[in-house]
Design a protein around this ligand. Structure first.
Ligand SMILES: [Zn+2]
Length: 234
């Protein structure tokens, strides 16, 4: 009687343990974690593209300033060119102007490339932005489902806990202490069934003599497996 009730308590505790262990692995919870990861990935892409756009805009501004500086220098040189008479001086000025033109041409090429990259990044940003509500809505729906699945598990645990408390009230403190410390020592399973010669807790066989002795013991006397120490239900 005692040992059967104890086995019942063990099965209830094992059921509660199983529900708790399963909670983070529930498909709805796993799906919700996945959807949250998608939102995080979306945010990273968004920030990355924004950073790229800021960089390119800054590079374009730098090019424009450099171009403006070259334009000022060139018009000054062109003014000088109108006033010089010596052909050597004119030649030197013309050479400087040609160098400035070459610099400007390089800058223009760089700026054009940056502008191409900028419009590409802006298009990517717009494309990514269009996905935002999709990703966020999916995560919200998944979170709701996960919460519902968790609540169902919690309700199951609560119901089993009521059964557990009712069962525990049938034992005295000493028995409960023994049971609880055994559960701690044996990975949650303190009570096992004796199936023939085999302990269902450690799956090892006891000797025929041990089992015969257990069977002769009074029904209320608790016996332990000589291999694993769990309480055995005959
Ligand atoms: Zn055992």
């Amino acid at each position: 009687m005692t040992s059967e009730k104890l086995l019942e308590l063990q099965l209830t505790d094992s059921h509660i343990d199983l529900l708790r262990n399963r909670m983070p692995k529930l498909p709805e919870v796993v799906a919700s974690n996945g959807a949250d990861a998608e939102v995080a990935a979306w945010g990273r892409t968004h920030a990355q593209l924004q950073g790229r756009i800021t960089e390119l805009e800054a590079a374009i501004t730098v090019s424009e300033h450099a171009n403006a500086a070259i334009a000022i220098k060139r018009s000054r040189l062109e003014q000088q060119l109108k006033t010089v008479i010596a052909p050597r001086e004119a030649e030197a000025l013309m050479h400087e102007i040609a160098l400035l033109n070459a610099q400007r041409s390089d800058l223009d090429d760089e700026e054009l490339a940056a502008m191409d990259s900028l419009s590409e990044a802006e298009a990517d940003l717009a494309e990514n932005a269009a996905k935002e509500s999709l990703v966020r809505d999916a995560a919200a729906v998944a979170a709701e489902r996960a919460a519902a699945a968790r609540a169902a598990s919690e309700a199951d645990i609560a119901a089993s806990t009521i059964v557990r408390e009712a069962l525990r009230s049938e034992f005295d403190a000493e028995m409960l202490g023994r049971y609880d410390s055994m559960r701690l020592a044996h990975n949650g399973v303190a009570v096992a069934k004796l199936n023939g010669l085999r302990c269902e807790g450690c799956h090892l066989d006891l000797s025929r003599g041990e089992v015969d002795e257990m069977k002769r013991a009074p029904i209320d006397e608790l016996v332990e497996c000589s291999n694993c120490g769990r309480l055995l239900v005959r």
